[in-house]
Design a protein. Structure first.
Length: 181
């Protein structure tokens, strides 16, 4: 597959995720801080910029939560390569694009949090071979269609690579605390 084919595939997936994708705005991102071995980092303008990594037919995007191929290329499970989670988290935060921001702390009551929360990114290797990554993002909210405003939301990712090499990806909303029904 050529770079042009990969870019076309990226645009196809981006258009399914976000309306108003401006194909003419497609650009390669050459920043080593967001690079993934064997993948092209791409970005395209839309209502919200869409970012991703593409290799052949594989397109990794935040909205798809299909991080496994990129994390494997980054050697996610290699403790020596990732003594801190900073490089992994920086790439995943970039992938989400604006307006999302890494958040490392919430005070009690801040944005509706029940308790004070230390949200410092963590990467943990378990004795059974699982490797987990935890980090939190702030979606600052903003205008919605119809003139409404979305309120800010903080959610935490839990990405687990099983001993068998599969990925389990989940998010939990931390603030505001979801209504208890």
């Amino acid at each position: 597959m050529t770079n042009q084919d990969a870019q076309r595939r990226f645009l196809e997936v981006a258009a399914k995720i976000q309306r108003g994708v401006a194909a003419a705005s497609l650009r390669a991102v050459e920043d080593p801080a967001v690079a993934v071995p064997g993948f092209m980092a791409l970005e395209v303008d839309a209502q919200v910029p869409v970012r991703g990594w593409v290799r052949g037919d594989t397109v990794v995007m935040a909205r798809s939560q299909n991080f496994g191929p990129a994390l494997d290329a980054l050697r996610f499970a290699d403790d020596a390569r990732w003594p801190t989670p900073d490089g992994l988290v920086a790439r995943l935060v970039w992938l989400h694009g604006p307006p999302y921001q890494l958040i490392t702390h919430l005070a009690e009551g801040e944005l509706g949090a029940d308790d004070e929360l230390d949200l410092t990114p963590r990467r943990v290797t378990r004795d059974d071979g699982r490797v987990a990554l935890f980090f939190a993002l702030l979606d600052p909210g903003g205008p919605l269609p119809g003139g409404k405003l979305a309120r800010p939301v903080v959610f935490q990712y839990r990405i687990v690579r099983t001993a068998e090499g599969d990925y389990l990806i989940g998010t939990t909303q931390l603030a505001p605390v979801p209504d208890q029904a």
